[in-house]
Design a protein around this ligand. Structure first.
Ligand code: CA
Length: 262
């Protein structure tokens, strides 16, 4: 049976533990809530909304897209491009293609591949001037559309599948490999994130964005728009450890006091 004195000491210790736990929780919540807004920066992407060049309603460019280059690792498109067939470019969709036309501005980007499923992935790529930095959260966001078979273009039926990739120094950091289901005529937003550690082997390498048509299913064309890449510094792991050790230290101190009083 506990004596009255011991019960009082026990109550005091419980109250103090609760008080310290509340302070620690508040510190942790403050650290967590502060993270997403800490100096978030939008990294510069050339022609991120595919508004260059300016083209008329319903028009498109043929393999001309300022800021972006063709990504075709298996050289699938060389013969088609040689005869002037459209593979990639800017496209200004009308309201009968997409109800709201382009999600941003007037144009979207396109990757158009008339090859059977399984032929390989082809897309557009841009290497940024921004370099991969330690202790940073990168968030890449892209609008992706499934172009409908309008105006008798039944060839546009179906959807070949897409991939959105973030790289540094040619190494894939993270990707959305066709995870979203996109119905005909719809745009959806793909969002992927990557957090760099202090010792990521690609620190200092140039970031790269790839938007791919992966030819996984029957379908030919994918449209993209409004590419955004944010970089947000995150707290050093040392400061998080500092808070944790602070909490452990306070608990140990209380236990020690309790042992002395008993
Ligand atoms: Ca646009």
């Amino acid at each position: 049976m506990l004596s009255t004195n011991k019960i009082m000491i026990s109550k005091k210790i419980s109250t103090k533990i609760a008080y310290i736990a509340a302070i620690c929780a508040a510190i942790n919540i403050a650290a967590i809530t502060k993270t997403p807004t800490a100096n978030a920066a939008s990294l510069s992407i050339a022609n991120a909304g595919f508004e260059e060049p300016i083209i008329g309603e319903g028009e498109f460019t043929t393999n001309v897209l300022p800021g972006w280059t063709l990504y075709d690792p298996s050289n699938l498109t060389s013969a088609s491009i040689g005869v002037g067939e459209p593979i990639y470019g800017a496209y200004n969709p009308t309201a009968d293609v997409y109800f709201n036309e382009a999600p941003e501005g007037n144009n979207v980007g396109y990757v158009y591949l008339t090859y059977p499923p399984g032929s390989g992935a082809v897309g557009i790529s841009q290497t940024l001037t921004s370099l991969l930095t330690a202790n940073t959260k990168y968030t890449l966001q892209v609008e992706i559309a499934n172009i409908p078979p309008v105006n008798g273009f039944t060839i546009l039926d179906g959807f070949p599948g897409y991939a959105i990739q973030l790289l540094a120094g040619g190494t894939l950091l993270t990707q959305d490999f066709n995870s979203l289901s996109i119905i005909e005529g719809a745009f959806v937003t793909s969002t992927i994130s990557f957090i760099t550690s202090a010792n990521n082997p690609n620190l200092g390498q140039a970031l790269e964005i790839r938007l791919l048509n992966i030819l996984e299913s029957d379908g030919i064309e994918i449209n993209f728009d409004n590419v955004k890449l944010d970089a947000t510094p995150i707290p050093e792991p040392a400061s998080i450890l500092g808070i944790t050790f602070g909490f452990v230290g306070a608990s140990l101190a209380l236990k020690k006091r309790k042992m002395i009083r008993q």
